[in-house]
Design a protein around this ligand. Sequence first.
Ligand code: SF4
Length: 344
Amino acid sequence: MNKNVIVIGGGPAGLEASAQLQNMGYNVILVERTHELGGHLAKWDRLFPDGVPAKSVLDSLLANIGGVKYFLGTEVQSVNLLEKSYNVILSNGITILANAVLIASGFDLFPAEKKEEYGYGIYDHVITNADLESFFASRKDKQAVPDPRIPLQPQKIGFVHCVGSRDEKIGNRHCSKVCCATAVKQACEIKEEFPQADVYCFYMDLRMFGRNYEDLYLKAQKDYGIRFIRGRVSEVAEDIDKKLVVKAEDTLSGKPVKVTLDLLVLMAGMKNSGAGQQVGSMISLETAEDGFFSCRDSVYSLQKSNKNGIFFAGACTGPKTLPDTLHEARAAALTVHNYMKNFE
Ligand code: SF4
């Protein structure tokens, strides 16, 4: 067809959309600013609800992009509308005239150090969900250096939900959607790793909305003995033995809770990718109050932006599970395909 589509972002949404568009006969140019494809998926170990290895999903996505031209370590420097096409200049000096631009820039994890009261980057044994996933992934690598923040034999481990999400104080009211299920999955996995440990989850609401997620939650309680405490952690302090003293209020019993832990895992939520926002500002894409890109409407045109010829796929328009991201990438490819009829 000789019609160009540039896909910005080489995570799951960008990979799946690229594969679909290529199958439809378009010249697809995929641009990824880091030096590897796969986004957060490439750093994840296993996926909820049933523990599928992230690598197997990524390998399938990569196997489908055979004919897609991609540039790694490359950023978008400018995007300008020329009649009905976009002139896109890349940091590697290449200029592409694209009939459509698909933004699949994904999300950044909320920087947990911004919630100072939880002590990330301050206390020795506070880590994030992403750090814990790296730990899980590194167990297969004999050369990997162990994370010194994770004790060898922790006796008590806590998870804090909603870090950087549903938090008026930091201006993020949105729910990041996937971190409840991730916390439950990780709580079970860490219990498998350290069977002697007591594991606590401090949550506000448990949002286990997907198929089989509720089963995972029940299994976590019945088979793994994970203790769920409904209440927001108010304070974390480190004692003289480097243990973490965590205070919260159990809002079900109305009683204050104080637990001394060896390891605390913060469930950092999602925010719109900073790199994606930079590209968005080049084209004046609208963002909503939650910082994610605004879709043309919230029911029928989720893949369309406020600009003709610019489309979205994946978590750049809000937190999504991986299956939702992949479905949306396919929908985005179809939406681009319909738009291309303008060029016939
Ligand atoms: S999914 Fe759960 S942990 Fe994540 S922001 Fe929503 S309620 Fe909080």
